[in-house]
Unconditional design. Structure first.
Length: 353
C-alpha cells in the first residue's frame, strides 16, 4: 500500500512536466506506457520481463522525449528491482534536447523519488524486522510451553510411579502381617471349636469363625485390588519395546484401560515380552507391530514381524508358556507363520461380574 501511494504521488509530480509538451498524442502515449510498465513491475517483481521493460522504457526517451517526464516513475520501480542503472538508458534523451524546464522538473522528480524510496524501504525493513522478532518470540514461547509441559508430564509420571510403589508396599504389608494373623486366628478358632465341650459356646465360636473368614476374604480382595492398580501396563510395555534389538523398528498401537485386572495385564505383558524375545532371536525382519486393544467383551493382543517364516517348531518352552498363560484366563492364542512374517494373536474374554 505504501508503494502504491508513493507511485500516485510520483505520477502527480510527473504530470506538470508532461503537460508542458506540445501536442497530445505523445504525452498520452508516454504516460500510458510508463504507467503500464510500472503496473507490470508491481505485479511481476524481480523478473527478466520487468527488467527488460524498464530498460526499453528508459531507452524510449531517445525516440519519445516526453517519456523523460515519466522518468521518476520508472526510476522508482528500478530502485525496488535493485536495477537502478537501467534508467541510464534514459540519457539518450539528451540527443533530443528537451526543454530546460522539462528536464529540470524530471530531474527534481527523480530526487523526490529517491527520497520516497529510501523512506519506504526503511519502513518495510523495520516492519520485516518486527515480524521476524514477533516470530522469534512466538517460537520461544512455544518451546517454553513444550518444555513446561514436558516437565509437568515428568512430574506426573514420578508421582504415579511413587503411588504405585506405595500401593505395592501396602499390599505386601497387609499380606505379610494382617493376612497371616487372620489365618492364625482362623486356625485357632477352628481348633477351639474342635476341643470345645460346652454346648453354649458352639454358636459364639461358629460366629467368630464366620467373622474371621469374612475379614480374610475382604483382606484378600483388598490386596488383589491394590496389586491390580499397581501394575502400569503401558509403562511396562514401553520398557519391553525399548529393550528390543536395535535393528527392529517397533510400532505400538495401545488402547486399553488401566482398570484392567492384574492377571490380564500380567498375561498380556508376559506374551509381549516372549514374542519380542522370539522375534529378536529368530526373525530375519526389521519391523515389529504390537497392538493391544480392549473391546466390549474381550481383550486382544497381536504381535507381528516382517521376517520370512514358513514353519515353526511347536516344541519350544516359550510357545507352551504363552499357551498356558492364555488358557489360565480362558483365552485363546494362535501362532501364524508365513512368507510375510510371524504373527502371535491373543484373545482373552472379559470376566462377567
Amino acid at each position: 500500500m505504501e508503494r502504491f501511494i508513493d507511485k500516485l504521488a510520483i505520477i502527480l509530480i510527473c504530470l506538470p512536466a508532461l503537460m508542458q509538451s506540445d501536442g497530445a498524442a505523445a504525452p498520452v502515449t508516454a504516460f500510458l506506457a510508463a504507467v503500464t510498465v510500472s503496473a507490470l513491475a508491481q505485479v511481476f517483481p524481480r523478473t527478466r520481463m520487468t527488467w527488460v521493460l524498464l530498460g526499453l522504457s528508459a531507452g524510449l526517451c531517445g525516440l519519445l522525449p516526453e517519456m523523460f517526464c515519466m522518468m521518476p516513475l520508472l526510476l522508482y520501480d528500478a530502485l525496488w528491482e535493485k536495477k537502478w542503472w537501467l534508467i541510464l538508458f534514459g540519457l539518450t534523451v539528451l540527443n533530443s534536447a528537451p526543454a530546460l524546464s522539462v528536464a529540470g522538473a524530471a530531474l527534481a522528480g527523480c530526487v523526490v523519488t529517491v527520497i520516497m524510496y529510501l523512506r519506504v524501504s526503511r519502513l518495510e525493513k523495520a516492519v520485516a524486522d518486527l515480524k521476524e522478532l514477533r516470530d522469534e518470540v512466538a517460537e520461544s514461547n512455544l518451546r517454553l510451553k513444550q518444555h513446561n509441559e514436558a516437565i509437568t508430564r515428568a512430574q506426573d509420571s514420578d508421582i504415579h510411579i511413587a503411588t504405585l510403589k506405595e500401593r505395592n508396599r501396602i499390599a505386601r504389608e497387609i499380606h505379610d502381617n494382617v493376612g497371616h494373623l487372620l489365618t492364625r486366628a482362623l486356625l485357632q478358632a477352628g481348633a477351639l471349636g474342635m476341643i470345645n465341650k460346652d454346648e453354649t459356646l458352639n454358636e459364639p465360636i461358629k460366629s467368630l469363625r464366620t467373622t474371621l473368614d469374612t475379614a480374610m476374604t475382604g483382606i484378600r480382595q483388598s490386596v488383589h485390588d491394590l496389586h491390580d492398580e499397581s501394575i502400569d501396563l503401558r509403562r511396562a510395555v514401553d520398557d519391553a519395546i525399548s529393550s528390543v534389538d536395535g535393528r527392529f523398528t517397533v510400532r505400538l498401537d495401545y488402547d486399553i484401560s488401566e482398570s484392567t485386572s492384574g492377571n490380564v495385564k500380567l498375561c498380556i505383558l508376559g506374551i509381549i515380552k516372549e514374542s519380542l524375545s522370539n522375534a529378536a532371536k529368530h526373525s530375519s525382519g526389521d519391523r515389529i507391530y504390537v497392538s493391544v486393544q480392549e473391546h466390549p467383551a474381550f481383550y486382544q493382543l497381536a504381535v507381528e514381524d516382517n521376517g520370512s517364516c514358513s514353519a515353526i517348531a511347536d516344541t519350544g518352552i516359550g510357545l507352551q508358556n504363552m499357551r498356558e498363560r492364555a488358557e489360565t484366563l480362558g483365552g485363546s492364542i494362535s501362532f501364524t507363520p508365513s512368507e510375510k512374517g510371524f504373527r502371535v494373536f491373543l484373545s482373552i474374554p472379559k470376566q462377567r461380574r
